[in-house]
Ligand binder design. Structure first.
Ligand SMILES: Nc1nc2c(ncn2[C@@H]2O[C@H](COP(=O)(O)OP(=O)(O)OP(=O)(O)O)[C@@H](O)[C@H]2O)c(=O)[nH]1
Ligand SMILES: [Mg+2]
Length: 445
């Protein structure tokens, strides 16, 4: 990162009118560098971690705003550097003016996530903890918040250190085998390592992966698509589930062309509902594109709500759609029962989007299909694509190891696994990766 040694500043509160705004500054000697912006001429003498009331003044000595200043001395600060927290009135204009005044001194605007990046580079935080902070800020539901908080409080970090110790243990055994090959026939040695150490490790990582993928869904929301033939009431169902008028509903078949998405929290978890274009044979170009999109969504969704019209018996189109979803989890929603016929089949949920009859049953069926009750209170799992990708690499590399490998290949592969684990915890870092992680943060974080 360029200008790493510079003093940086950013507004840390949201860009809106509020009671107070906080501007954060970080970098060596920042209090001295900014001493001219404060009315208090003894500002350099304030004690770290105490509050001081002073004013922000312009270059020509006019008061811009009152301010409560907190100063931190390295390394006892969030970033590990000297830091300032400048609390001022929360108007948008006044906050901007104070920030501009700060930038008139030898200070530059922070890039997104740069405070947290500095904290990471100064060993104040592990990469997983830094990612957890972003997850806390962006948490959409209670459980996602709990997962993120756990990440911050070392839950996932403990997993990486356990993995690391196990791999280091294997590596030290390999070293002994290299140094004293006369102790044990290599083939027996590698068989033992594979059966006693690597296989249990693969099992452990596989379970971690299943739970981590689920954790990612909890964090991002479960994609549930509403599909079916035209005019069966998919958009009406979306609106009912969301409890708002999100999608256009008309009696003309082929109303919805594009995907319409929105989420709700159901029993503490987030579900992303996706309304789709009705599937049928059509010559309409726009509708055709919509139908292609619908088919893509069928693959991505973890659950499908297949809407059928209870006023008519199952149509050829309905049958085609049921064929498309046969390998997926789905619920058949028998809609328009206020004017149609209820079904007795267990696989059907009878509903009317007009009278709202059946809504509760459908919500229960959705949460039961998504196995919400199996979500435990143990949230020490990984929850983003970077982490899950690394876990997959660990698993794949371990699975590739076999008894026919010579000791050099064995050592090399175990070394690769160690590298992935260190990347997972962030102990081994690569600048490109970290800047891409931190750029997802908001400015001022
Ligand atoms: N009586 C009754 N009419 C319904 C019900 N649900 C939807 N409708 C009507 O059915 C028609 C089609 O509803 P939509 O929600 O637009 O159907 P859709 O499946 O999204 O249709 P496309 O977007 O064209 O594929 C509208 O006239 C709705 O008012 C219901 O439960 N009962
Ligand atoms: Mg529609």
């Amino acid at each position: 990162m360029n200008n790493y040694d510079n003093v940086i500043a950013a507004i840390s509160t949201s860009y809106a009118t509020a009671a107070i705004s906080v501007i954060r500054v970080s970098g060596n000697n920042c209090l001295n560098i900014l001493s001219n912006i404060f009315s208090n001429k003894n500002i350099n003498k304030i004690l770290p971690r105490t509050t001081v009331f002073t004013h922000i003044i312009s270059k020509d000595n006019f008061i811009i705003d009152d301010c409560i200043l907190v100063s931190y001395k390295a390394p006892l600060s969030f970033t590990g550097e000297d830091m300032l927290e400048i609390n001022i009135h929360g108007g948008i204009l006044v906050t901007q003016k104070v920030l501009l005044r700060i930038l008139e001194e030898d200070v530059r605007l922070a890039s997104p996530g740069e405070f947290t990046l500095r904290a990471y580079l100064n060993n104040k935080l592990s990469l997983i903890e830094a990612e957890s902070i972003n997850d806390i800020i962006n948490a959409k539901n209670e459980i996602a918040l709990k997962i993120a908080t756990n990440g911050l409080h070392k839950g996932t970090l403990n997993i990486t250190s356990t993995l690391k110790n196990q791999i280091l243990d294997i590596l030290s055994k390999i070293e002994v085998q290299i140094d004293y090959p006369e102790y044990e026939e290599f083939k027996d040695f590698s068989k033992n390592i594979i059966n006693n150490e690597i296989k249990p490790l693969i099992e452990y990582v596989s379970t971690l992966l299943i739970k981590s993928n689920k954790t990612m869904l909890i964090k991002e929301g479960f994609p549930v698509a509403i599909i079916g033939a035209p005019n069966t009431g998919k958009s009406s169902l979306l609106n009912l589930l969301l409890d708002k008028n999100k999608a256009i509903v008309t009696s003309i078949p082929g109303t919805t062309r594009d995907l319409i998405e929105d989420s709700i929290n159901l029993k503490g978890l987030t579900i992303n509902f996706i309304d789709t274009a009705g599937i049928r044979n059509t010559v309409d170009e726009i509708e055709k594109i919509g139908i292609t999109k619908t088919k893509e969504v069928i693959n991505k969704a973890v659950l499908l709500l297949v809407v059928i019209d209870s006023c008519v018996s199952i149509t050829k189109e309905d049958k085609e759609i049921l064929k498309l979803v046969k390998n997926k989890d789905f619920i058949i929603v028998n809609n328009k029962i206020d004017i149609g016929t209820k079904s007795n089949s267990n696989n059907y949920i009878n509903i009317s989007t007009v009278t709202k009859e059946g809504l509760k049953e459908l919500e229960d069926a959705i949460t039961s299909k998504l196995k919400f009750n199996e979500i435990t209170s143990d949230f020490n799992y990984f929850s983003n694509i970077r982490q899950i990708d690394l876990l997959e690499n660990i698993k794949k590399t371990l699975e590739e190891i076999n008894v026919y490998d010579n000791i050099g290949i064995l050592a090399y592969n175990i070394g690769r696994v160690l590298k992935y684990i260190l990347e997972l915890s962030g102990e081994e870092y690569n600048e490109l990766l970290t800047s891409s992680i931190f750029s997802k943060f908001c400015v001022g974080k």
